[in-house]
Unconditional design. Structure first.
Length: 89
């Protein structure tokens, strides 16, 4: 099964240094359990912060730091193959 990513943007927020940052979340399905997964995010920038919310089975871990094209997640044995990844620019 292919990995499917559905992006939802929340707009921009301004932090204490007056910098605007894009925020949103990615709904991800089709991950492979007991494996490292490369998730193409399509954001056009490398997220500076991500938060993982796997479905009920859990067992997600960050394989590597996100870059400008992908987010890297390892799913544990019998772990969740879908969930939400929140991001911030």
């Amino acid at each position: 099964m292919a990995i499917v990513v559905t992006p939802t943007t929340r707009g921009r927020r301004v932090d204490m240094s007056a910098a605007e940052r894009r925020t949103g979340y990615l709904t991800v399905t089709g991950l492979t359990a007991a494996a490292a997964n490369t998730i193409p995010h399509g954001l056009g920038f490398a997220p500076s912060r991500v938060s993982y919310r796997p479905s009920a089975l859990g067992l997600w871990g960050e394989t590597s730091v996100p870059d400008a094209t992908n987010i890297y997640v390892t799913v544990g044995t019998a772990g969740a193959t879908s969930g939400i990844i929140e991001y911030e620019e």
